[in-house]
Design a protein around this ligand. Structure first.
Ligand SMILES: *[C@@H]1O[C@H](CO)[C@@H](O)[C@H](O)[C@H]1NC(C)=O
Ligand SMILES: *[C@@H]1O[C@H](CO)[C@@H](O)[C@H](O)[C@H]1NC(C)=O
Ligand SMILES: *[C@@H]1O[C@H](CO)[C@@H](O)[C@H](O)[C@H]1NC(C)=O
Ligand SMILES: *[C@@H]1O[C@H](CO)[C@@H](O)[C@H](O)[C@H]1NC(C)=O
Ligand SMILES: *[C@@H]1O[C@H](CO)[C@@H](O)[C@H](O)[C@H]1NC(C)=O
Ligand SMILES: *[C@@H]1O[C@H](CO)[C@@H](O)[C@H](O)[C@H]1NC(C)=O
Ligand SMILES: *[C@@H]1O[C@H](CO)[C@@H](O)[C@H](O)[C@H]1NC(C)=O
Ligand SMILES: *[C@@H]1O[C@H](CO)[C@@H](O)[C@H](O)[C@H]1NC(C)=O
Length: 906
């Protein structure tokens, strides 16, 4: 099995996580390939359908269970499950040799991530109740709209009327009053499908249905950003009058697969969606991922697609995610909201000694059905100053909590949520208030999944929690006077975000692709965004991620289509790009004097008002000067004057900071900072641009062409500097347009992939992460073992941390000694026994990976017992796949294998 750090996933940063729900480390990460499942695409020339294809499989005696049929105009193919056929690879070869089959690839699983630990800059405390309901809908004062000119478009009556936008996500709670209350023809959520069913896990067969209800929350949040109507709390989506389509690709467990994604995109296209948006992705850096290829065809056919850039800003440069890497797709980066909103409900408290009620605010989670009434608070740590006491394995609650509200510390960060809730329920109560410094930044949870006895759970600030604890400790019992949340409106309090408001979010993933394609293209508000949530998860929620920025841009495209009429995807993208506002670099805390690199922000924060009104329209949305070996000596762009007056543009350029991919130490690996890679941005030198003219006068309806050439910045090439900037066009009609450019000031062919300096590519074993000594003897499980049986063995685990991405990653098995008698074939100049199962792997990102090896090879056979080495080979960027010298090569230590013959482990 082959696995890679991180999986494709929804791109929300979920700050809330109790430790028990933390994802396991990379070492234990499950394979991202669904065992036994494959996706085929049919030859364009044949009139193959999935029906004919499956008949031909039966004729060839290949037992395959159909999973998804893809009989679409832009993609004809099918996915199927081979089950436990044994000799799977032989079947795959046979299927590939069928005349109707163009390609076959394993289906990948995309998991809903449980990214933890990221906290947005929050308002320090909840205000005392009752707070002001600070949002009103007319005029539009919703901060993400004010930041981007959407407020002005709303004031002028542009709401996206008549435009169809499809969302590919977890479903939508269409019963939400802000989302129209119904699903189907005539409703706001007007079309779409559930392609998978609640129980879809990625590994089982999807069960499509007609009801795309959301059981996670992500899709409902995304839908509100695009299209919510004003209900309390008052705010709207970017384009509240669009008709929304929803293609549900995640079951409740939050896993989806490539075949289902391709199906969703094709269904959305065939339903006539004019914009398609998906807030999901996976580390890649390459455009070949099948879901990216499928989407590119849709863009080519005239429908713009917005895809989240990713939330891996802490992993550094060259970390573009698929499918946002696909050609023509608009990859969306995130900008932090200028305010941090917190949603809360009111209640009050008093003590036995002082019975005057004091208002307070709390954030309800699910469930939140505390009946109206007065409840004594019970301090479960019993006055202990050490809230970590609940981390002690022997911690218990001995008091009777009947009729009380349990007051529970959250930030001790050690307990399993389930464990504490079990204790609280066993002690007699159904009601919990957590206190935490992270209130307002923590995702709503469904506590019923931990304990079915809980009826109400919510959170207050740690300041308030501690104030109560002091009173209780001083012998003055505290009571809370609660009203069931459903009887109260939410209040929204916006605290200005002085640290990073209006700047590119620190978590937003950096491009470019490994082929120096500009990614991301534009940025939109994505950090701390208020939107709708499923009614039974609280109805509203504040969430963060490029997941939130992406539907915003889809909405912006709908407003442009409404106002300007039909436009091709490239023009929509270039209008949004040219009118976007490049932002200064901000590292999450401080703002610097130079512009954030294009690799981080693309064209910058969209200005939708200016996009709708743009007079000058450029024919491209960015320039890539490529690397030094493929340096673009001259690029040209056209500007068309779509207005009715002559305009003169003054043309110039402005550089951004350049970012080094590698550290100054000479280490070929991006350097680790506190939270991830330390981004080293320099203004020491930047590219100099020469423009063919510095002013141009264009009559109404006419175009002009401008040429651009660059001289490279003087930066340390071995550190792979990524430079960039903006060509600026200042019009006499007061229009200011920018065209982002970027390039890499080194030869990417030289980029180190396997870091031999640090010995990060080697063979280890299942029971230990370290390299095995030369000659290590492995006993492998019998060849017919089950997964459980295999795990009892200390089998070989080839592992590597790749400093750079590669289009072709080979892992071959070669005889250790020249006197070996094992059969070999020569591949790329080396004698090999075969490739390890699931290799070669294509389009790999940088990062750590490992494979569990039980002796199986990719042709379905098992390597005979003997002495071997692993041969790791990675194709260099822009290298020729069939040229041996274009690969970087590492040989592992020799090791020997034998197979156990009984199912009991050695
Ligand atoms: C937007 O939709 C609402 C509700 O359907 C409708 O009343 C309004 O006229 C629409 N606005 C525009 C500009 O079409
Ligand atoms: C009770 O209230 C009085 C007056 O407000 C105060 O002086 C006293 O310290 C309080 N006692 C406790 C136990 O809080
Ligand atoms: C709870 O209190 C609210 C606010 O006073 C009221 O509207 C609601 O009817 C009450 N609910 C019950 C069940 O008494
Ligand atoms: C829990 O209790 C057991 C039995 O008394 C004891 O051996 C153990 O050390 C305790 N654990 C902790 C962390 O105190
Ligand atoms: C950079 O050059 C390579 C090699 O010619 C090419 O494959 C790649 O597409 C170029 N990148 C861009 C962004 O044009
Ligand atoms: C919470 O989880 C329970 C048990 O899994 C489920 O029955 C319920 O529908 C869930 N509630 C929400 C709001 O998702
Ligand atoms: C030119 O455009 C402006 C603004 O769009 C408009 O007010 C004006 O009527 C137009 N003039 C002509 C001659 O079309
Ligand atoms: C490039 O920078 C280095 C180090 O700052 C300097 O020594 C060298 O003269 C510069 N080269 C050019 C052509 O400016």
């Amino acid at each position: 099995m082959f696995s890679q750090i991180g999986g494709a996933r929804l791109l929300t940063l979920s700050a809330f996580l109790l430790p028990s729900t933390l994802a396991a480390g990379a070492w234990n990460s499950s394979s991202s390939v669904v065992p036994g499942r494959y996706l085929v695409e049919f030859e364009d020339s044949t009139d193959a359908t999935s029906h004919i294809f499956f008949s031909s499989l039966s004729e060839n005696a290949i037992a395959a269970t159909p999973v998804v049929t893809l009989d679409y105009s832009l993609f004809k193919g099918a996915s199927f499950d081979l089950g436990d056929v044994g000799n799977e690879k032989a079947h795959v070869q046979k299927i590939l040799s069928l005349p109707s089959v163009k390609s076959i690839q394993p289906v990948r699983a995309y998991s809903l991530s449980e990214t933890s630990g990221y906290t947005v800059n929050q308002g320090s405390v909840l205000p005392p109740a009752p707070g002001p309901n600070s949002l009103t809908s007319t005029p539009d004062t919703f901060s993400p709209h004010v930041m981007t000119g959407v407020d002005k478009l709303h004031d002028e009556g542009h709401f996206g009327t008549g435009i169809k936008v499809a969302i590919v996500d977890t479903g939508i709670d269409y019963t939400h009053p802000a989302l129209g209350g119904c699903f189907g023809e005539g409703c706001k959520i007007g079309f779409g499908k559930d392609l998978v069913g609640n129980d879809f896990t990625g590994a089982n067969t999807p069960v499509p249905g007609d009801d795309p209800m959301d059981c996670s929350g992500h899709g409902t949040h995304v839908a509100g950003i695009l299209a919510a109507d004003s209900v309390a709390p008052q705010f709207t989506g970017v384009a509240p009058n669009v008709t929304v389509g929803i293609y549900r690709v995640f079951g409740c467990s939050g896993i989806t697969t490539t075949d289902v994604l391709v199906q969703a995109f094709m269904e959305a296209y065939e339903a006539g969606a004019q914009v398609i948006t998906a807030s999901l992705g996976d580390a890649s850096g390459w455009s070949e991922e099948p879901s990216a290829v499928a989407l590119s065809r849709i863009v080519e056919a005239g429908v713009p697609c917005t895809i989240a850039a990713g939330n891996d800003g802490d992993i550094g440069v060259f970390y573009a995610e698929a499918p946002a890497t696909g050609h023509g797709i608009t990859a969306v980066a995130s900008v932090d909201n200028i305010v941090t909103p917190v949603l809360f409900k009111n209640a009050s408290w008093s003590t036995e000694n002082d019975t005057t009620p004091v208002p307070f605010t709390w954030v309800p989670f699910a469930p939140a059905n505390i009946p109206n009434g007065t409840y004594l608070l019970h301090d479960i740590v019993n006055g202990s100053a050490d809230t970590f006491i609940i981390c002690n394995e022997n911690f218990t609650i001995t008091d009777d909590l009947t009729g009380k509200v349990a007051l529970v510390p959250l930030d001790s960060g050690c307990t399993s949520g389930a464990g504490i809730l079990d204790m609280v329920v066993a002690a007699g109560t159904k009601y919990v208030l957590w206190y935490s410094s992270r209130v307002g930044t923590i995702q709503s949870i469904n506590a019923t999944t931990w304990n079915t006895g809980i009826e109400s759970i919510g959170m207050v600030t740690d300041d308030l929690g501690e104030e109560w604890l002091k009173m209780i400790a001083a012998g003055d019992p505290v009571s809370v006077h609660m009203i069931t949340p459903k009887y109260l409106d939410y209040y929204v309090v916006n605290t200005p975000n002085a640290d990073s408001g209006g700047y590119v979010s620190h978590f937003s993933s950096w491009g470019p692709t490994f082929e120096v394609d500009v990614r991301p293209q534009v940025a939109a508000p994505g950090g701390s965004i208020l939107s709708t949530y499923p009614l039974d998860l609280g109805a509203y929620y504040i969430d963060t991620g490029t997941s939130m920025a992406t539907p915003f841009v889809a909405g912006a495209m709908a407003l442009i289509l409404e106002a300007r009429g039909k436009l091709d995807p490239a023009t929509i993208k270039s209008i949004l790009s040219a009118t976007a506002t490049p932002k200064l670099y901000n590292d999450g805390q401080s703002t610097y004097s130079y512009l954030a690199p294009v690799a981080q922000q693309g064209a910058g924060l969209v200005n939708v008002y200016d996009a709708v009104n743009a007079v000058g329209v450029l024919n491209i949305s960015s320039i890539s000067f490529n690397d030094t070996a493929h340096f673009t000596n001259y690029a040209a762009f056209e500007i068309q004057n779509t207005g009715n007056e002559t305009v003169t543009y003054t043309i110039d350029y402005v550089s951004t900071g350049s970012v080094y991919t590698l550290p100054a130490s000479g280490d070929p690996m991006p350097s680790e900072g506190g939270d991830g890679v330390a981004l080293d941005i320099t203004t020491a030198s930047s590219a100099t641009l020469t423009l063919t003219s510095d002013t141009v006068t264009i009559e109404a309806g006419k175009s002009a062409s401008i040429g651009v050439s660059a001289t490279l910045p003087n930066l340390t090439a071995s550190r792979i500097p990524v430079y960039g900037g903006y060509v600026t066009l200042n019009g006499t009609n007061n229009e200011y347009l920018t065209l982002p450019y970027m390039g890499v000031a080194s030869n990417l062919y030289d980029a180190v992939i396997f870091d031999t300096a640090d010995n990060l590519t080697y063979v280890s074993r299942y029971f230990s992460f370290d390299a095995v000594p030369s000659g290590y003897a492995f006993t492998l499980p019998p060849q017919n073992s089950t997964d459980e049986e295999k795990e009892l063995y200390d089998f070989p685990v080839p592992v590597s941390t790749d400093a750079f991405g590669t289009r072709v990653l080979r892992l071959d098995l070669a005889p250790a000694y020249s006197n070996s008698t094992v059969n070999t074939t020569e591949v790329l100049g080396e004698k090999i026994v075969g490739s390890v199962s699931a290799f070669p792997a294509i389009a790999q990102p940088r990062g750590q990976w490992h494979a569990f090896w039980y002796g199986d090879l990719s042709d379905g056979t098992f390597a005979p017992p003997g002495d071997y080495v692993f041969l790791f080979r990675a194709l260099k960027v822009f290298g020729n796949e069939s040229a041996a010298e274009d690969y970087e090569t590492v040989w592992s230590n020799p090791f020997s294998i034998i197979y156990n013959t009984t199912t009991t482990a050695s």
